[in-house]
Ligand binder design. Structure first.
Ligand code: HEC
Ligand code: HEC
Length: 194
């Protein structure tokens, strides 16, 4: 009896010490459920203008969330949403999404634009968006572009061109060289990469 009682008391003590004593803090996967309505299951969005998060570079994800939170990066919904998460939660979700495979569903891509875009990307973008956008290096926070939704890439390109979304100086120098039409060709190219 005494043993039972003290066990119960121990449980009660642990419970009051931490709200997560029974279930543990929500896992990164559980946190990601809140994103699925827009970004798809495990981060593979069903499009067409909603970016996929699956396979995204960890630091690109973290920087994006922090910039949404601070308002530095313009957004429609993410600014408000990002404010609901702590830095450790953002780190945990970044780790989860980076490990997911990006599933491509049919995109409406024009072949002749892809061919032109491939050459332009190789010349202007491949230093940071490496291996045809499947990997990234050089600048911290460079995102994976391969297999991203075309509409999303087009919107971001327009935002960069108009100055609505800021970019690093080195990317800006490249983007300035390209016309809006050429940026659209490059968007077609990256969207087409498997
Ligand atoms: C209501 C729809 C919605 C929900 C829910 C949502 N997002 Fe987003 N997300 C967007 C939109 C739209 C954008 C494009 C930026 C904008 O306009 O806000 C975006 C962009 C992003 C980006 C930038 C992607 C890139 O490649 O540049 C990240 C990272 C992101 N969201 C993470 C999350 C995470 C993490 C969650 C869940 C905690 C989440 N989002 C929930 C709609 C949503
Ligand atoms: C010097 C390195 C560098 C070069 C060169 C570069 N980029 Fe980037 N790119 C970045 C970084 C860093 C970011 C993240 C910027 C941010 O969020 O502020 C980025 C972001 C992007 C995004 C946004 C993707 C997303 O998920 O939100 C697109 C689209 C993009 N780059 C296209 C291009 C294109 C097209 C070129 C060539 C014309 C190019 N980049 C050249 C470093 C580079």
């Amino acid at each position: 009896m005494i043993r039972k009682l003290s066990l119960r008391m121990l449980c009660l003590l642990t419970l009051s010490a931490s709200p997560w004593a029974l279930a543990g803090p929500p896992s990164a996967e559980m946190l990601s459920y809140a994103c699925a309505g827009c970004h798809g299951n495990d981060g593979s969005s069903v499009g067409p203008s909603m970016p996929s998060l699956a396979g995204q570079q960890k630091d690109a994800f973290v920087i994006a969330m922090k910039e949404f939170k601070s308002g530095e990066r313009p957004s429609t919904v993410m600014g408000r949403l990002a404010k609901g998460y702590t830095d450790p939660e953002i780190e945990a979700m970044a780790g989860f999404f980076a490990k997911q495979k990006r599933f491509l569903t049919g995109q409406n891509i024009q072949a002749e634009k892809v061919t032109r875009g491939a050459a332009l990307a190789e010349k202007n973008c491949s230093k940071c968006h490496t291996e045809e956008g499947r990997t990234a290096k050089e600048e911290a926070g460079t995102p994976i572009l391969a297999g991203q939704w075309l509409k999303y890439l087009q919107f971001q390109s327009e935002d960069y061109k108009s100055g609505g979304r800021k970019m690093t100086k080195n990317m800006g120098n490249r983007v300035k060289l390209l016309s809006a039409e050429e940026m659209d060709d490059v968007a077609h190219f990256y969207a087409s990469v498997k």
